[in-house]
Design a protein around this ligand. Structure first.
Ligand code: ASP
Length: 305
């Protein structure tokens, strides 16, 4: 990756970190902090969430997001939403304004409008680089590249090549975990999912216990990788179970990411984790996972990816 691209990633992670840490510094809660951090990353086209999301085989964005409050085990999530600028905030609205944990598709989009959350057309979420990456995934799997989304002009700017950072950065799901000054934990995750997924496919990110989990009794986790494997292992919850059983968080995360995940052929990914002590760990079995963290001993702490 060239220096300018690396600087752009660092810059974006620093912004997300400071949005979350600003909440914690004014004694806001961990849930507000992770939502604030993820919103910054959803707006950044570098990442596969919100603006810059991956495309379904039909060339549409179907975004998934979740968040969880470690203090109460309250959780909210959405899958397959198409128009909400900040899917993580829609997940929070599901948690706070419905008796449900999860809403999907057209019903979730309608709920988003009813809640007055900001709606955007497909052209808002579209980025040329992500589209080129998508087109190459479709070609590589022998599938036709669908027409560009309505409202998006013809190709402009540099086309992605296999050397593009977007290709090196295969996943790009965003997430945050935090501990607040009261000692409560929270986790949030947001994604456009896998490039070229069939319409209706849902990954691990919005599934509580798979790509996202938080409990004050153990830890908070946000994952990225091939969602199907995270789902089959209930990976985020499993890390927390190991921590509850007395394993150090690093050991628990490494066991799931470096032993259990690759034991399922094709299991690739990584996690960020925070423990009730404020201790932040991460683990990844992929080429890389962009991440940033801020910790102050046993005081508030936050990690983003
Ligand atoms: N875990 C996400 C999914 O399977 C993809 C990613 O992490 O980029 O939908």
């Amino acid at each position: 990756m060239d220096a300018a691209t690396a600087a752009a990633y660092h810059d974006s992670l620093a912004k997300a970190l400071s949005a979350g840490s600003a909440v914690l510094k004014r004694h806001g809660n961990a849930l507000d902090a992770v939502e604030a951090a993820v919103k910054v990353l959803e707006d950044d086209p570098l990442f596969n969430a919100g603006r810059g999301s991956a495309f379904t085989a039909e060339g549409k964005n179907e975004m998934d997001a979740a968040l969880m409050d470690g203090a109460t085990l309250a959780a909210g999530s959405v899958a397959g939403v198409q128009f909400t600028r900040h899917p993580v905030s829609l997940a929070r609205a599901v948690m706070e304004h419905t008796p449900y944990v999860m809403m999907v598709g057209a019903g979730a989009d309608a709920f988003s409008r009813a809640q007055g959350l900001e709606q955007q057309p497909p052209s808002f979420f579209f980025t040329e680089l992500r589209w080129q990456e998508f087109a190459s995934v479709m070609r590589a799997s022998g599938r036709p590249v669908p027409p560009r989304p309505a409202g998006v002009g013809s190709a402009t700017g540099p086309a992605a090549s296999s050397a593009s950072p977007m290709f090196a950065h295969r996943f790009g799901t965003v997430g945050a975990v935090a501990r607040d000054s009261e000692g409560h934990l929270a986790a949030a995750t947001s994604t456009g999912g896998m490039q070229g997924k069939l319409p209706g496919r849902v990954g691990d990110s919005p599934l509580i216990g798979a790509g996202t989990y938080a409990s004050d009794r153990s830890c908070a986790v946000s994952g990225t990788g091939v969602g199907e494997y995270f789902i089959r292992l209930t990976l985020a919850r499993q890390i927390c179970t190991l921590v509850e059983q007395g394993h150090p968080p690093q050991q628990a995360a490494d066991h799931m990411i470096h032993a259990e995940l690759p034991a399922l052929k094709g299991g690739e990914g990584g996690v960020i984790v925070i423990a009730p002590t404020g201790h932040l760990v991460w683990s990844s079995n992929t080429l890389g996972m962009f991440r940033a963290k801020e910790e102050q001993g046993s005081l508030p702490a936050i990690q983003v990816k």
